[in-house]
Design a binder for this molecule. Structure first.
Ligand code: SF4
Ligand code: SF4
Ligand code: FES
Length: 424
């Protein structure tokens, strides 16, 4: 059949496209990139489940992967509103699941993580749900981690036995929907087909036991992205102040592993330049425990797990003009927040009563009025106070931290390269 050429507009510019062509394809041919997650070249018709490809079509939000071009189609791809909508969808996917990138076997190969970096998601504007979802180890070859599943339906649609039977299926409805495995059908897959299923999953929900981590970190699909993208801000070459007026910095470690402070020190000899520029006030680096003056910047490591963390964080907000949440735990709750899907009582019993390190007859849960009270949940710092800047990473590297801190202190804003922007 003869192809009909139609006129379309993308972000105000006129283009021609083949009528009936997918909008994703037509936009790509016209030089416009529309991010996708559930979309997969072999799957037709498109699934349209993730909504990440949302654009405005003739003034209304719609998914680009499911729409075909027509004459007079007017598309907005990169307007500030559309970009922010899309970013919000990615943030929502992070907040809905339990995504602990530093502990995830798919890190570096994960399409959700990649979209987060690409869109500059340094934190989510939504509260994390921390739903309790199962982990399924029953299959010999697949570990199904429901906490990371974004319900994109790729596996349900695409993974079949040689007889054409489905291996994965949706169970339950609405909020409780999960991807189930038909264990009998799964046994009919070859090892290569199991690995393909794991690769087809855009996130780390389907893990091929012993295979997914065969490719080392640092050598994964998105680890060495050639298209380095600067997210925002401008570079600043800071000269040592001649007037000797140093900026005042405070740091603290809440519920974290102190790794971010170690990373602060990893700047090696660069620390000498830093000491020319800044003076530390309250900080575990200097052993100064209390604020003695108002600070220009407060750098917070760790999430909020107990009453003391809560008080310290509030005090930082009062005493510091600018607050930076540094590292995975301060930004999202991080590793300590892994306990959030379990009742606090169970965590305490596991740690103090059932732990193999417990001494005979000394199985007690510590209690004393001077000990800070554990909160039922671990919170990200932004759940408690207003945070001005976020530097995710576990830990972020030293050069990156100091570059951001110096840029904030000396008024240039953040400048983050894709390569430096990490959640793990
Ligand atoms: S790497 Fe991907 S799937 Fe794994 S925790 Fe991070 S975002 Fe989730
Ligand atoms: S398991 Fe993976 S492929 Fe299947 S629906 Fe969940 S995220 Fe998508
Ligand atoms: S890529 Fe279009 S809805 Fe997922």
């Amino acid at each position: 059949m003869e192809q009909r050429i139609v006129n379309i507009k993308i972000d105000g510019k006129e283009f021609q496209a083949v009528e009936g062509q997918s909008l994703i394809e037509a936009a790509k041919n016209s030089g416009f990139y529309i991010p996708t997650l559930c979309h997969f070249k072999e799957i037709y018709p498109p699934l349209g489940t993730c909504r990440v490809c949302t654009v405005n079509i003739n003034g209304k939000p719609d998914t680009a992967c499911t729409r075909k071009v027509f004459d007079g189609m007017n598309v907005e791809v990169n307007t500030p509103d559309v970009l922010d909508n899309r970013k919000a969808i990615i943030e929502m996917l992070f907040a809905e699941g339990n995504h602990y990138c530093p502990a995830c076997a798919k890190s570096g190969d994960c399409e959700l993580q990649r979209k987060g970096y690409e869109m500059g998601v340094a934190y989510t504007r939504f509260p994390h749900l921390f739903e309790e979802r199962p982990r399924d180890f029953k299959s010999d070859r697949i570990f199904m981690e429901h906490n990371r599943c974004i319900l994109c339906k790729r596996c349900v649609h695409e993974v079949k036995t040689s007889k054409g039977d489905n291996v994965f299926y949706f169970q339950n409805r609405g909020h409780n929907m999960l991807v189930g495995i038909d264990y009998e059908k799964e046994k009919e897959l070859t090892d290569e087909e199991v690995l393909r299923a794991a690769n087809l999953c855009p996130v780390g929900a389907i893990i091929a036991k012993g295979k997914t981590i065969a490719k080392p970190f640092g050598d994964r699909k998105f680890d060495d992205d050639k298209n380095i993208k600067w997210i925002e801000g401008k570079e600043l070459d800071i000269k040592i102040p001649k007037d000797g007026k140093k900026k005042i910095v405070a740091t603290t470690s809440l519920a974290g592993c102190f790794g971010c402070h170690m990373s602060l020190l990893d700047i090696d000899l660069g620390i000498l330049d830093i000491f020319e520029l800044v003076e530390f006030n309250k900080s575990p680096l200097t052993d100064i425990k209390n604020f003695t003056k108002e600070c220009d910047i407060g750098i917070i490591e760790g999430g909020v797990a107990n009453s003391e963390n809560f008080e310290v964080l509030k005090e930082f907000r009062k005493k510091c003009k600018v607050i930076v949440a540094l590292g995975e735990c301060a930004v999202w709750g991080g590793m300590p927040a892994m306990r959030n899907t379990l009742p606090l009582k169970d965590c305490l019993e596991e740690a103090y009563l059932n732990s193999i390190s417990s001494e005979n007859n000394e199985n007690i849960i510590p209690y004393h009025e001077d000990l800070p009270k554990l909160l039922n949940k671990v919170y990200s710092t932004k759940d408690i106070i207003k945070i001005d800047y976020f530097i995710p990473g576990c830990p972020p590297n030293a050069e990156h931290i100091w570059k951001v801190v110096k840029n904030i202190l000396f008024g240039a804003g953040e400048k983050v390269a894709y390569k430096e922007f990490k959640y793990d």
